[in-house]
Design a protein around this ligand. Structure first.
Ligand code: ZN
Length: 323
């Protein structure tokens, strides 16, 4: 009997080894679409995640993607919007990749009253997956522009949806989420603007994505420090890779973000985002920058999101290529 068990164990180990080999090809690819090739610039937010099954997800497109015709986009199946602020939903965008300088990118093309997110979704026939009260807003924008309102999909705190083989959940982000009255327009929009009041589309969010290879990724969105980063993002979802906003003032700064990563989420690797500064020159960290402070303070592998450079991650959040 023991001998049979040993043979069985050997067979299992053998198949695990084979699975391990095929897992090398089961990587999630992440490509930053920032304002300037090979750099980390102040307005950079957009990341494209590609599941091993081919599903492509655009996270927080912001202003650095030059609208739906940006040649870097390719196929986009799903668009994620953590919250409605202009630098995330995209109230404007660049004329073309590399327009302006890294210090001062040209983002002079208005995307109002739709947003860069909605314009790309319409052109690419993408699903927009959001939490909170944002799905109704996106459904109305899609419907008003000839799109299908059913392409706006809800995933509210505590639940999840599976789209294109990727499980998508939203998590709490400690931030605000006012809707610019210019999205509303008309007399109501004008009155709201005059009174300094934003529209209510519920709370800001972060995301937890579970890819088909098992990789779990936390996308912080704009947030402060929350207990959920420990109890929910790590405790329940067990995220192995994090994309963490470090820009300070509007979100966690580099030291606070390092605390979140080191003590709360505790992933195997982190991609800093939303740096709101020139983070790199020639692809190297600018000494004394917030990015530099974060890289030094984080106790896990830090991978800079250099625009256009694809990084590949295995199911444990380890970068296996492109870092
Ligand atoms: Zn914000």
């Amino acid at each position: 009997m023991k001998k049979h068990l040993l043979v069985f164990a050997a067979l299992c180990w053998g198949s695990a080894a084979v699975t391990g080999q095929s897992a090398v090809a089961q990587e999630v690819k992440i490509t930053p679409l920032g304002s300037h090739d090979g750099e980390l610039c102040p307005g950079d937010r957009a990341l494209v995640f590609e599941d091993p099954n081919g599903t492509r997800i655009l996270y927080d497109v912001g202003r650095t993607v030059a609208g739906p015709t940006d040649p870097r986009l390719g196929k986009i199946d799903i668009i994620l919007v953590s919250h409605m602020h202009g630098d995330h939903a995209g109230n404007a965008h660049s004329k073309a990749p590399n327009a302006g300088t890294c210090e001062s990118p040209d983002m002079s093309v208005s995307a109002m009253p739709n947003s860069n997110s909605v314009n790309i979704a319409l052109a690419k026939k993408s699903k927009i997956v959001t939490g909170s009260e944002m799905p109704a807003f996106f459904a109305a924008k899609l419907a008003a522009n000839g799109g299908d309102p059913k392409d706006s999909i809800l995933t509210r705190f505590g639940g999840s949806v599976r789209v294109g083989g990727v499980t998508i959940a939203t998590v709490h982000a400690l931030h605000s989420n006012g809707l610019d009255p210019d999205y509303v327009g008309g007399e109501l929009g004008k009155s709201m603007k005059a009174a300094g009041i934003a529209g209510d589309v519920g709370q800001a969010t972060g995301y937890v994505l579970t890819f088909s290879n098992g990789l779990v990724v936390y996308l912080s969105g704009d947030t402060g420090i929350t207990a959920d980063q420990d109890r929910v993002v790590r405790g329940h979802y067990n995220a192995k890779l994090a994309v963490m906003n470090i820009g300070d003032n509007f979100t966690t700064g580099p030291k606070e973000a390092a605390y979140v990563i080191n003590e709360l989420v505790r992933p195997n690797a982190v991609i800093p985002s939303h740096v709101n500064e020139v983070g790199t020159k020639g692809g190297k960290v600018v000494p004394g920058s917030k990015t530099d402070t974060f890289v030094k303070a984080a106790k896990v592998a830090v991978h800079l999101p250099l625009s256009g450079k694809t990084m590949s991650f295995d199911n444990a959040g380890k970068c296996v290529a492109g870092c």
